[in-house]
Design a protein around this ligand. Sequence first.
Ligand SMILES: NC(=O)c1ccc[n+]([C@@H]2O[C@H](COP(=O)([O-])OP(=O)(O)OC[C@H]3O[C@@H](n4cnc5c(N)ncnc54)[C@H](OP(=O)(O)O)[C@@H]3O)[C@@H](O)[C@H]2O)c1
Length: 295
Amino acid sequence: MNAYESLRREANGRPFACIVGWPVAHSRSPALHGFWLKQHKIDGHYGRLPVEPNRAALEDLVAFLRRTPNARGCNLTLPHKIEIMPLLDRIHPVAAHIGAVNTVIKHRDGALEGRNSDGFGFLEALKAGAPDWRADAGPVVVLGAGGAARAVVATLAEAGVPELRLVNRTQATAIDLGVAFTPKDGRRIAIERWAERDATLKDATLLVNTTSLGMKGQPPLEIDLTQLPRMAAVNDVVYVPLETGLLAAARARGHRCIDGLGMLLHQGRLGFEAWFGRQVAVSAEQYKAVAGDLV
Ligand SMILES: NC(=O)c1ccc[n+]([C@@H]2O[C@H](COP(=O)([O-])OP(=O)(O)OC[C@H]3O[C@@H](n4cnc5c(N)ncnc54)[C@H](OP(=O)(O)O)[C@@H]3O)[C@@H](O)[C@H]2O)c1
């Protein structure tokens, strides 16, 4: 039985969505959506779908979503977030601005819309973890210029951050991001050197790590926080482990810390509400249930 057939059988006629990726076995999305389905007693399903990274495989996915009446859409993770875009019927302006899609919604007329909820998830988690942080209060440092950084930088620029300092190992990628997301009203995105990342922390109100450094199986993020003002919040989008080396060091200095799981949970709201027609909220119980073995 292929993956599509097993997913269809699991759903057993109920409305369903799924996480699509390659690989996909590690994804926390079934746990986070499964929590809401159970909490709200919704007779639906959220599964996993491994889809190989090539155009033909993505075309099969889109055809499956179109022809399966109870398929409501999907989430997308690496490496499909960009390649899916030309295959969809429309792209929401936020996803078009970020340049990636992480949620597909099948509308009543059958049209498939690509959206991006990573920026929304990031901002909601930040507001929850550092309620008094103000976007317009001062400079923000973002480490990294990959996929997660695109959503974070676009969102922070939109939120009104007066100066964004973007620091990436490959400076050319950071420059591309700076060009794409510099606001038109004169606020700046400064591209800083990776070797000088410690010095960029001076006067910052927020430090965000969007690199994969510190993630399980990756090298640690080496950064000296001495110059970061104590009032600044520290946000790591990495969520395996939950308490990264960066967060442990920041906590020891007394900074407010925001881990990556909150972003993951909040980004899920947008898809869930569209697929299953119910407003949902992130709760401590859900956080605990999904955190599970993310130590
Ligand atoms: N919490 C959430 O909801 C959420 C959502 C999305 C992603 N994430 C997490 O965010 C992390 C990044 O994901 P992504 O999709 O943005 O990955 P990505 O597109 O592959 O970007 C990776 C970033 O890490 C940098 N990097 C990698 N190895 C490095 C090294 N040895 N030294 C310095 N920089 C290094 C890369 O720099 P170069 O440009 O120089 O290669 C790039 O900026 C992952 O841990 C992912 O799980 C979390």
